[in-house]
Design a binder for this molecule. Structure first.
Ligand code: NAD
Length: 443
């Protein structure tokens, strides 16, 4: 099939590349000229495991192309995916300006019948707005071109995006007519082995499914973090409680790890957007509101433990931070707990020595730009040199089984704050560490 994907971020680039890998002819369009020039030269704008070789391979065999020229791309396609960002707007709702700009461009430029697929995460009713925007442009041009509207929310996880796209748990397709739905099913059949994983529904339900899924996952995280905070008060161990409750298959083990809160480009903004959607329809989403409040507080739990130990004034203290990205496997720092923790510690006078395998450029150039007293090192043990304590904030594999003797040797004093409960199996107290984790009071 001939496909155009508009937006070459995490979702657009991965989707376009995976479609091309299955033999479809894909043109990826972005309005960021530098991004497209780089992609044409084999330089990717993001880090995602396994993506680069797939891009290079498909570019070489001619199934994947990059352009800023939407008009030319549309003229040679049957299906158009909208995969641009829907960031958080000032009032917490999803900002639809990029999606609607794209819709306007499509309406201005399309010359033949197309299937328009919204892959961006958008509030319920957006497909109607996209449709109306395209139709308005067609009317202005005085042309009668039919098009089909589809909602096909994306569920990939950064860090495992290729695998998620190639072998999805499900593909949700919201459609309003059988013919377009059938075409979408054919497009996704190679990824799904059978049609069972393709879940067809109406467009509004498809739009809602994405928010409901992310809100459910965020709820599990906040629920477990709340339990962890109670565990600390009552002298229980959240790690053991997690195993205890996860064994019930109605609950399950997934997504119930206590930690320093969720971040990333999706959960925070999607939870907020869902709350706003409900508000717009005069519904007070109390649970969703609490999920967000618990998470906002959880991002600072590690900083609070530090203040409890060292006092409110951290002048002269040095903290080593392992992990900046919001989760392992990505360079994405959007809403990462590390941003909040570092800002809090620096505000109190501390100095930070940070290391992350992939996200340091993002931190330096964007998310911690201008934050003073943050040094970045290229070797993880260097971050520990003369530091008062080490903080583990992202559970990258290379941090999971470190050389604790080396950690002890480098630190000024053997203190670890583990924001991801990665080291609780190593009996760190016996190794001479003062060890703080989430959901178990210090002993
Ligand atoms: P992103 O910010 O990484 O990428 C968006 C891209 O769109 C950018 O390259 C930008 O230059 C481009 N763009 C913006 N306006 C454009 C225009 N008019 N024409 C052409 N290109 C344009 O975004 P992302 O993380 O890939 O997310 C895209 C959507 O998918 C969002 O709605 C997001 O919520 C959703 N989503 C993201 C993930 C994820 O893990 N990142 C997972 C599932 C769903």
């Amino acid at each position: 099939m001939k496909i155009v994907v508009i937006g070459t971020g995490y979702v657009g680039l991965v989707s376009g590349t995976c479609f091309s890998e299955m033999g479809n002819k894909v043109i990826c369009v972005d309005n960021n000229i530098e991004k497209i020039e780089n992609l044409k030269n084999g330089i990717l704008p993001i880090f995602e495991p396994g993506l680069e070789p797939l891009v290079l391979k498909n570019v070489e065999r001619g199934t994947l192309k990059f352009t800023t020229n939407l008009e030319a791309a549309l003229s040679d396609s049957e299906i158009v995916f909208i995969a641009v960002g829907t960031p958080m707007g000032d009032d917490g709702s999803a900002d639809l300006q990029y999606v609607l700009n794209v819709a306007q461009s499509i309406g201005k430029l399309m010359q033949k019948r197309l299937i328009i697929v919204d892959k961006s995460t958008v509030p319920v009713g957006t497909a109607d707005k996209v449709k109306a925007t395209i139709q308005k442009e067609l009317d202005k041009r005085g042309v009668a071109i039919e098009f089909d509207m589809i909602s096909n929310p994306e569920f990939l996880k950064e860090g495992a995006a290729i695998n998620d796209f190639m072998k999805p748990d499900r593909v949700v397709i919201g459609a309003e007519n059988e013919k377009a739905l059938e075409k979408m099913k054919q497009l996704y059949a190679p990824f799904c082995m059978s049609y069972e994983r393709i879940i067809a529904m109406d467009i509004r339900s498809a739009e809602m499914t994405k928010y409901a899924a992310n809100a459910m996952l965020a709820t599990k995280i906040s629920f477990m973090n709340e339990i962890a905070n109670i565990c600390e008060k009552v002298g229980a161990d959240a790690n053991q409680v997690r195993i205890g409750i996860g064994s019930d298959n109605r609950i399950g083990y997934g997504f119930i790890y206590p930690g320093c809160g969720y971040g990333g480009s999706c959960f925070p903004k999607d939870v907020k957007a869902l709350k706003k959607i409900a508000e717009d329809y005069n519904y007070n989403a109390k649970l969703i509101t609490s999920v967000e409040e618990v998470n906002d507080a959880q991002k600072l739990v590690i900083a609070q433990k530090i203040v409890k130990k060292y006092g409110a004034d951290l002048t002269g203290k040095v903290f080593a931070i392992w992990g900046l990205a919001f989760k392992p496997g990505t360079d994405d720092m959007r809403e990462a707990p590390a941003i909040y923790i570092i800002n809090e510690l620096v505000k109190r006078g501390a100095k930070i020595q940070a290391y992350d395998p992939k996200a340091m450029e993002e931190a330096k150039m964007c998310y911690l730009k201008g934050v003073e007293n943050v040094d970045y090192v290229t070797y993880k043990y260097d971050a520990l040199k003369n530091a008062d304590a080490m903080l583990l904030l992202t559970e990258w594999k290379e941090f999971r089984s470190p050389d604790f003797e080396e950690i002890k040797k480098q630190l000024k004093s053997p203190v670890i704050f583990d924001g991801r409960n990665q080291y609780n199996i190593f009996n760190l107290e016996e190794k001479g560490f003062e060890y703080y984790q989430i959901g178990r009071a210090e002993r």
